[in-house]
Design a binder for this molecule. Structure first.
Ligand code: MN
Length: 144
């Protein structure tokens, strides 16, 4: 494991198990490979199963196939952005109930409004702390 005890680990003991003991799965839709790797590392460290997609098209396809428990959605991506991908997901009965959290570098409230209008259930702006990210994830993850 990492040498450093990161802040998030102290704040969040391993709580990332649903009531049935099932490992919960988070799909990260993110075009920046470094950010994707980072998210994989922290999610797996906290006991979640990680799935990754590089753009909205891939994200929608993987969501339909794998039915993750929650989706972290970057908004600006090539090929298909997060707004469009979220609209498609929310129009699809099979996956519409999966919480979609927008992860955005845009802190302007107009962008948050657009994310919610596209169907995102919540949002977090970069830069964010791991504490805030996991608090938001836990808030939206189904309990059972
Ligand atoms: Mn991006």
């Amino acid at each position: 494991m990492e040498k450093n005890q990161d802040k998030g680990n102290r704040i969040f003991p391993p709580i990332s198990q649903a009531a049935g003991g099932r490992t919960r799965c988070v799909l990260v839709v993110e075009d920046n490979p470094d950010m994707g790797e980072f998210m994989k590392k922290v999610l797996e460290r906290f006991g979640y199963t990680y799935l990754g997609a590089r753009n909205g098209i891939e994200g929608v396809a993987i969501a339909k196939r794998e039915h993750p428990d929650l989706i972290l959605m970057d908004l600006s991506m090539p090929t298909m952005d997060g707004y469009e991908a979220t609209r498609l997901l929310k129009a699809h009965p099979q996956v519409a109930s999966i919480p979609v959290l927008a992860v955005t570098g845009m802190a302007r409230s107009i962008d948050h409004k657009r994310a919610i209008e596209a169907g995102c259930d919540g949002y977090i702006s970069k830069p964010y702390s791991l504490h805030d990210l996991f608090a938001l994830i836990e808030e939206f993850l189904p309990r059972t």
